[in-house]
Design a protein. Sequence first.
Length: 226
Amino acid sequence: MVDRPKALLAWSSGKDSAWSLQVLRAQDQVEVVGLLTTINEAFDRVAMHAVRTELLRAQAEAVDLPLWPVPIPWPCSNAVYEAAMTAVLARAVATGISAVAFGDLFLEDIRRYREDRMKETGANPLFPIWGTPTGELATHMVEAGLRARLTCVDPAKLDPSFAGRDFDATLLADLPPAVDPCGENGEFHTFAYDGPMFRHPIAIRTGEVVARDGFVFADLLPELAP
């Protein structure tokens, strides 16, 4: 039996990362061996999504994969970000990991950037859900049992009242026509808490909703035990 190539999955904590894991496991062409996540050191949260690392660790446990954290300062220049990623990927390649998968959908400039940067690492970029029509994908994820909650909304693109809502059929029906159903243009970000890729759901509750740095964030907290 030929060993499958080992891959890390770029894990933002959101629905697209979670669905990428589902697709990679179903295709069985690579062995996903870890979750690569950038961590905002100043706030101890997942960069951009602002998810508490406590919940990130709960996700890693639920999908039975180790975290490969990439700590970055805040604010963080692109040069500092790239240096941090390069260092972690060099360590990954040294351990026999030969690929990194990304949950990108259709933004060509983002894909080219990742491909260009990966050339320097010795690892191959993978895009398991690339090109899937986002309306179909969003509906399929919901129907397949993926559960996620909106953690961040760009109020210039989507009403702040969407922050903290579940990513479900009702939300998809309520989205304005100009908003991508998967939020691929940065309209919103999510935290995945249940689905076929998880061994068990992650109990969460929505805390304070705050406006900061031009975005609206819903602070997700672990659900308290009864």
